[in-house]
Design a protein around this ligand. Structure first.
Ligand code: NAD
Length: 431
């Protein structure tokens, strides 16, 4: 039987890299070094199930690049996790850390499992055994995991405890995304949404300076797709800290539209009601809001659109009808490559995902710093440091964009690749 030909996610990721590499004239020898993952670990490990049987699961940890510092990236539990996917995600983490200029390389991990089919204690046994298995390549200054799809503060607590038990002392720096009670950072939960808002505000300032946006904040309208951790925290910081009008929000159940804009108090109330994955539309059935579909939200006549739900939300089919002049990508990969091209040809200004949503990894870095020093910051310190990191990353990419006269996504790649390439050249090839 002929084997089905699959599109490799890793090969696709490398294509984006190659476009930037050719524009910046990257040395082909360096290209080879920067593309290939440094380490790929596959582990098959047994877990005792509640019914007395034993199941063997497969997990991965890939360290893509460790030139700028320890490898950093989440661990996901999902039935579709493959080595190819983990490699691609680790590759992107290298460029995300480099673009926001934190001293980390890129890594990612995963276990092929459907976690909803595990009991709480099976989940704990799987998490502890998996972490123990991959511990051979981890360390507080080597590789620092974090939450990703279907892993959370509880799983991070088990990881931290498992590692600490084998070392004989508490090691806070081994994972980030921990609950605040055991060394997590204040401000981590809101960090990705807050960071997207920082990029959104700076993009508006930039477009105004260039004469491409002639509106006051009060006149600017915004729509946000997705009301999970990322979308809701973006909605909150936007309505709390700017005068722009957020007129539409949505989740998987559909969207809400409010012509005069949502207030911060309304967003807070909606966040409270949709806690624990409750659906937006099912929780809200009062006057004052108009219901719209997710497709309608994307096509609204707004100035700014921020897709914060899932990948491939904007495709070749719906991109032609998008009216927003500025798109700030909150989710990972919300635009297909074809949609990206169409929107760029319509002169839409796009702030790319790995810059816009890097607030999460940035505050993870702050959590790691706090854990390594056993010294914990106030919320205001975290917010101030995040603002400084994100604005300087934003303008570093803008400068690169203007230098090469390219789009912001390619510029972000060039800036990130340049940082890792320069470090690689300075360090040289050992021996
Ligand atoms: N959480 C982080 O710190 C973080 C950091 C970087 C990137 N991201 C990316 O941001 C995106 C969102 O992450 P999150 O943590 O907010 O996830 P989440 O699970 O908390 O929320 C996802 C939201 O998207 C909505 N949604 C799902 N399918 C939808 C659909 N078909 N149409 C409209 N809405 C839909 C859900 O209802 C929910 O409101 C993902 O792409 C994630 O990889 C998250």
């Amino acid at each position: 039987m002929q084997e089905e030909k699959r599109v490799s996610m890793f090969d696709n990721a490398v294509k984006q890299f190659d476009r930037a590499a050719s524009i910046m004239g990257l040395d082909p020898n360096l290209r080879e070094v920067l593309v290939k993952p440094k380490r790929e670990l596959i582990v098959n490990f047994p877990v005792r199930m509640d019914d007395g049987t034993t199941k063997v699961f497969t997990g991965y940890r890939v360290q893509h690049n460790m030139t700028l510092g320890p490898a950093k990236g989440g661990i996901r539990y999902h039935q579709n996790v493959t080595l190819d996917e983990v490699k691609a995600l680790a590759f992107w983490m290298t460029w995300k850390s480099a673009v926001v200029n934190i001293p980390y390389g890129g890594a990612k991990g995963g276990v092929t499992v459907e976690p909803s089919q595990l009991s709480f204690s099976e989940l704990e046994r799987l998490s502890r055994r998996f972490f123990y298995e991959i511990q051979v390549i981890l360390g507080e200054e080597i590789d620092i995991p974090a939450p990703d799809v279907n892993t959370d503060g509880q799983v991070m607590s088990w990881y931290m405890d498992t590692y600490s038990m084998s070392k004989g002392h508490t090691s806070l720096g081994i994972v980030t995304g921990k609950p605040v009670e055991i060394g997590g950072s204040v401000g981590r939960t809101e960090a990705t949404g807050r960071g997207i808002n920082i990029c959104l505000q700076e993009a508006v300032n930039y477009l105004r300076d260039k004469g491409k946006l002639n509106k006051k904040d009060e006149e600017i309208t915004v729509a946000i797709q997705g009301f999970g951790n990322v979308g809701s925290n973006l909605a909150l910081t936007l309505t709390e800290e700017s005068k722009m009008r957020l007129i539409a929000i949505s989740d998987v159940s559909g969207g809400l539209y409010k012509e005069h804009g949502f207030t911060a108090a309304e967003i807070r109330a909606l966040m409270e009601r949709t806690k624990n994955r409750k659906k937006l539309l099912l929780e809200v059935n009062e006057e004052g809001y108009k219901e719209i579909s997710n497709e309608e939200l994307l096509m609204l006549n707004v100035d700014i659109l921020s897709p914060c739900a899932m990948e491939n939300a904007i495709t070749i089919d719906n991109s032609k009808d998008i009216q927003a002049k500025l798109i700030v990508e909150g989710a990972n990969g919300p635009l297909t490559p074809e949609a990206d091209e169409i929107l760029l040809s319509k002169n839409v200004f796009i702030v790319p995902d790995f810059l816009a949503n890097s607030g999460g990894v940035t505050v993870s870095y702050f959590e790691w710093l706090q854990g390594m020093q056993w010294d914990f910051w106030e919320l205001e310190d975290v917010r101030k440091a995040l603002h400084k990191k994100m604005t300087s990353a934003f303008y570093d990419v803008i400068k690169t964009m203007e230098k090469y006269e390219i789009d912001m996504r390619t510029a972000a790649y060039i800036k990130a690749i340049d940082r890792v390439a320069t470090a690689t050249k300075l360090r040289g090839i050992y021996p």
